[in-house]
Ligand binder design. Structure first.
Ligand code: S3P
Length: 441
């Protein structure tokens, strides 16, 4: 079967209500927390994607039983020291940076050697950002080229607490150190540039010994040794990062409206909403509620004819970190020159996304000026593509695939986009939802 999609027509107007799948960050964190809880935890609406299944397979290898029944996953935690596995075990994080990085914080107190491997994309990514702070606790790391996978971790039962300054705005780095701090003697201090805070919210909900002091640009976090974690039943809300593709599909289509139900709108995740509002898009949150510390709402959005360019304030970067490819498409149709700076971290993702964003924009005839950490996009409200666009060899980055599909469905031209399977990592139902929206026609 072909693993590419061909798009020849833009999508016709639609007016629909949809659900997107469960949040990936929360799903992976729930699997990991449940694996060391004292007893049985159940989750509904867990994201059934390859990244999350890699997390499930990882805890199974660590001796934890997991079962699935309909829309419910059950994890039979055996307590904080309940992992049971042989020396020299290999865990495969596949494509998932979040799993690969967070799980190291969970393995840090194991004196047995564990190997961590990943797929071609993950093997190109930086793991020194995790091994460096975690070795200060007392774990020993060996990494390929001192920074990549495969790596070996050998932890210790006697870890000392550390002080850590997180400057990148990386929730993965911050979380790995929080998990390390949960295992170390004494209290670990973290000063972290603002980033998604699902780990902290779960720690608070579970009443773990964590204290957070919110400052303007960073958070101060104190975490002490954890003795016991209670089981955690959870209904995973929908993913704003998956919703983002449909928000932009609606914005760039004609006379369309969309309501996306039950989406996590944690303030540390909604950079795309603030950015699109500044660009002139009409987006509203409806039915707001709080679920175990996480804010949830339905998101309503409508097509927008007049889009304004944006000089994007860098303080919005972390909250929109996974959405820039799709935001760049909106900038391509906006009047004026948009400017995004301090976004070098984009090149550290599943593929070098700042490069790929530039490539896609240039292929569709949009002028850009790109550096290692910024991009200027010369928008064209009359943009219409007439040529054939081929997207391939992008390290199967799911977000490159999905952003390209949205471009094809809204900007015209004929698109051939390879590696459709990439959606399985984060959003397996992406193309089904597109087909559902098309059925409106
Ligand atoms: C994530 C954090 C972000 C994000 C990734 C998920 C998380 O990565 O890009 O998709 O769940 O903690 P960084 O922490 O590297 O910015």
């Amino acid at each position: 079967m072909s693993n590419s999609v061909i798009i020849k027509k833009t999508i016709k107007q639609f007016n629909k209500k949809i659900f997107v799948s469960g949040d990936k960050s929360i799903s992976i964190r729930w699997v990991l927390f449940a694996s060391i809880a004292d007893g049985t935890s159940k989750a509904k609406n867990l994201l059934m994607s390859e990244d999350v299944m890699a997390a499930v397979n990882a805890i199974k290898k660590l001796g934890i039983k997991v079962t699935f029944k309909k829309n419910e996953c059950t994890i039979y935690g055996k307590g904080i020291d309940g992992y049971n596995f042989r020396d020299d075990l290999t865990i495969n994080a596949e494509n998932s940076g979040t799993l690969g990085r967070l799980i190291l914080g969970f393995l840090i107190n194991s004196p047995k050697k564990i190997n961590l491997v990943g797929d071609r994309s993950l093997s190109k990514r930086d793991f020194k950002r995790i091994s460096e702070p975690l070795s200060k606790f007392g774990a020993i790391f060996k990494l390929k080229n001192q920074k990549n996978l495969p790596l070996t971790i050998q932890g210790s039962k006697n870890l000392k607490s550390i002080s850590y300054l997180e400057k990148k705005g990386s929730a993965q780095c911050k979380s790995a150190v929080i998990f390390g701090g949960m295992r170390a003697n004494g209290t670990t201090f973290i000063k972290a540039k603002k980033s998604r805070n699902h780990t902290e919210l779960l720690c608070k909900y579970l009443k773990l010994p964590i204290k957070i002091n919110h400052k303007k640009n960073y958070d101060e976090i104190k975490i002490s040794k954890v003795k016991k974690i209670n089981p955690l039943n959870y209904k995973i809300p929908s993913d704003i990062s998956s919703s983002a593709f449909f928000i932009v599909l609606t914005v760039l289509s004609n006379n369309s409206k969309l309501l996306i139900r039950n989406v996590n709108i944690n303030p540390s995740r909604i950079g795309i909403i603030t950015i699109l509002k500044k660009m002139g898009v009409n987006i509203k949150f409806k039915n707001k509620k709080n679920y175990k510390g996480e804010p949830i709402a339905d998101i309503s959005v409508a097509s927008t004819k007049k889009l304004k360019a944006i000089n994007c304030p860098p303080k919005l970067n972390s909250g929109a970190i996974d959405e820039f490819l799709i935001i760049f498409l909106v900038a391509a149709k906006a009047r004026g020159i948009s400017y995004f700076k301090d976004i070098g971290e984009l090149n550290q993702k599943e593929s070098p996304r700042l490069k790929w964003g530039t490539k896609i924009l240039n292929k569709i005839g949009i002028k850009t000026i790109t550096t290692n950490s910024s991009i200027k996009i010369f928008g064209n409200p009359n943009l219409e593509i007439n040529q054939k666009i081929i997207i391939k060899d992008y390290l199967k980055d799911h977000r490159v695939f999905m952003a390209s599909v949205i471009a094809g469905l809204t900007l015209g031209g004929t698109w051939k986009i390879y590696d459709k399977d990439s959606i399985k990592t984060s959003f397996p139902t992406f193309l089904d939802i597109i087909n559902n929206l098309k059925n409106n026609e």
